[in-house]
Design a protein around this ligand. Structure first.
Ligand SMILES: [Zn+2]
Length: 214
């Protein structure tokens, strides 16, 4: 458990704790909460407050997923690591957090031999496209904009886009944000990305979005 600089916003933490986020954003927040003591405390405070509210309303029905949510809370922080399925062209040294492996990933779509995305093996709901993104050391992604909010959970390596993000950091970009991502020169980057809408590429770069379906 390490200390991180970049955390999900209070609104995202509250949405996660109350189970009101779509799958992709919820997963992105979960992957951060699993390794961030400060955010775990925030989630537990909200869950405890919700528990108090339930006690004050003895006639209120228990949420159908209350037991599972309680079990999930116990599991936070002790998730095992799992590797990808055999036969996929995802590098075997990519270790997926269990909460990501449980949902599963589609076969990767490669932009280059070492740069690829693997979409979540789940229906796309509400426009949210969620995928594991891997790019080799030194990759410079061309300048692009976002037509929806973008959440990035850095799982390995890091990148700069005028700001610096390291493994464990959570990045929250709002609709309309424009940036140029530069993967660090000394290590590949692996990140879970959930975008509320498509990426806006410059005309010369539109093949990237089309090929990767992001
Ligand atoms: Zn945090």
């Amino acid at each position: 458990m390490t200390t991180h600089t970049h955390h999900p916003s209070d609104a995202l933490i509250a949405g996660f704790a109350t189970g009101s986020l779509p799958l992709g954003p919820s997963l992105a927040v979960r992957l951060h909460v699993e390794i961030c003591a400060a955010c775990q405390s925030s989630v537990q405070e909200i869950e405890a407050a919700q528990g108090q509210l339930l006690l004050l309303q003895p006639d209120a029905p228990m949420r159908p997923d209350a037991l599972q949510r309680a079990l999930d809370a116990v599991d936070v922080g002790v998730e095992a690591m799992a590797t990808g399925p055999e036969g996929s062209s995802r590098p075997s040294d990519i270790c997926l957090p269990a909460s990501l492996a449980d949902i599963g990933l589609a076969a990767p779509v490669h932009l280059t031999p070492d740069a690829w995305v693997a979409h979540l093996a789940a229906p796309r709901v509400g426009g949210w496209r969620t995928y594991l993104f891997c790019a080799p050391a030194g990759t410079a992604l061309p300048t692009h904009g976002h037509l929806g909010d973008e959440l990035i959970m850095v799982l390995e390596g890091g990148f700069d886009d005028g700001r610096t993000f390291v493994s464990g950091d959570f990045v929250e970009n709002t609709t309309g944000f424009v940036h140029t991502m530069q993967v660090w020169p000394n290590s590949r980057m692996v990140a879970l990305i959930s975008s509320g809408d498509a990426i806006a590429w410059r005309p010369a770069d539109r093949h990237i979005g089309a090929r990767l379906d992001i």
